[in-house]
Design a protein around this ligand. Structure first.
Ligand code: SF4
Length: 417
């Protein structure tokens, strides 16, 4: 079959990470079913944009703006919009703020791409010359200077097509951390409203996929892709049928991996299911000490984390990952001292390995804490405090890069940063 038109969806980072991204898979599945269109997934380390009609970028985080530039340069495509190629972007980082990329992107797809893409392609096919003007009427398509942003975050997950086909390259290295798996998205949005998170800006309510639909997706997905492991995608894993979902996966003889857990949603039965699914490491995000945790919108006591550790010990989990933040609004030395105590107590209590990751908080437009200043000097001082007092080994994100991420997120043009 001859394809007259091509769309490339680019994950502007390495393939071993991008292969697990759901956004490109959604486009890949929808576009390849539209007669006359072909869609390819491309990456920072594997791209060829010759002959592509529509070039899409899925922007995950701000530092990838530079990779966007690299990819265009490598393909001899101008950053200026006067070029002949049409470039669009979507993904969490442009949903947050389109400004830094507006000078270089012809149109943005904001919110749920499933609601939009078929109409966009139809209008391209019908009239290439008037294309941008015509798509400016579609809700969720934003063309800087031509129309206004209209929210496109409402969706019924049971009514949209699931990206069942999830191909992997023939040869994968161990950098592909999950191996060959099937990605299962069970919910979009989150019922919580942590002040340092953007989720609430996008989805004011949680969209849960129904259990029946999830079961069908699992059946088809593992059969078509010939895999025996499922990775569950969800921002906070609060699906009311989460145990039933895990039980169903187990009944099929499959392994699975769950995302970061909300400890207050964990009981022994859930951990037993996770253990039986083959997962050895549990990930949670206490973020900071108990008092500050409450004021940033996560009202969970240290005691609940300790109870979680007891359950993890009971089922002999080998590793717990803690994600913590510094540079939070009003985070004092007293808070850091309590954070040290909390981590030390957790370490003593857990029989396995406690992995601690310390990350600077990066305020972004749309968060409740959006106006907080990223104070590099203060963050470095906080880090010194932790290095001095915390006996448990920890990993730290690169503060200079986090600072750059903050500057980019709040900029009006990423090339000026
Ligand atoms: S940090 Fe997690 S729990 Fe809090 S709002 Fe964001 S996704 Fe939800």
């Amino acid at each position: 079959m001859a394809f007259s038109k091509q769309l490339a969806i680019i994950y502007p980072n390495r393939e071993f990470g991008g292969i697990y991204s759901l956004g490109p898979l959604i486009l890949f599945n929808i576009v390849n079913k539209i007669p006359g269109w072909r869609c390819s997934r491309q990456y920072l380390d594997s791209n060829n944009l010759k002959g592509i009609n529509l070039i899409g970028f899925t922007m995950q985080y701000e530092l990838d703006f530079y990779n966007f530039e690299k990819i265009l340069l490598k393909n001899n495509i101008s950053l200026e919009k006067s070029r002949k190629e049409i470039i669009f972007a979507g993904g969490p980082c442009v949903n947050t703020n389109t400004k830094p990329m507006e000078n270089y992107i012809d149109f943005f797809i904001l919110g749920n791409v499933e609601n939009v893409i078929s109409s966009v392609l139809e209008l391209y096919t019908n009239n290439k010359d008037e294309f941008l003007k015509n798509i400016s009427k579609i809700k969720g398509v934003y063309i800087p200077g031509l129309n206004k942003k209209i929210d496109n975050f409402d969706i019924d997950l049971d009514k949209i097509e699931y990206p069942i086909l999830q191909p992997f390259p023939d040869r994968i290295t161990e950098e592909f951390v999950f191996g060959r798996v099937f990605m299962l998205e069970i919910e979009r949005g989150c019922p919580f409203a942590c002040k340092f998170c953007l989720m609430k800006k996008f989805y004011d309510k949680v969209h849960y996929r129904s259990l029946d639909n999830i079961k069908q997706i699992i059946d088809q997905g593992v059969k078509i892709n010939k895999v025996n492991k499922i990775i569950i995608y969800s921002p906070s894993f609060t699906h009311p049928k989460r145990k039933e979902i895990l039980k169903y996966i187990l009944s099929k003889g499959l392994e699975f991996s769950v995302p970061s857990l909300k400890v207050e949603y964990v009981d022994k039965e859930l951990l037993e299911l996770i253990k039986n699914g083959g997962q050895k490491t549990l990930t949670v995000a206490p973020e900071c000490n108990e008092l500050l945790r409450k004021s940033i919108g996560k009202d969970i006591s240290d005691e609940i984390f300790f109870k979680f550790i007891d359950y993890a010990n009971f089922y002999n989990f080998k590793k717990i990952k803690y994600y913590m933040m510094i540079g939070l609004p009003e985070q004092t030395e007293k808070d850091l001292g309590e954070l040290v105590d909390f981590i030390e107590l957790s370490k003593k209590r857990f029989k396995g390995e406690l992995y601690v990751s310390i990350n600077p908080f990066v305020p972004k437009p749309g968060m409740q804490f959006e106006n907080h200043i990223f104070d590099k000097k203060l963050i470095k001082k906080q880090l010194m405090f932790l290095k001095k007092h915390l006996k448990v080994k920890f990993k730290v994100a690169n503060i200079n890069l986090s600072h750059k991420e903050w500057l980019l997120a709040n900029s009006s043009d990423f090339r000026q940063i």
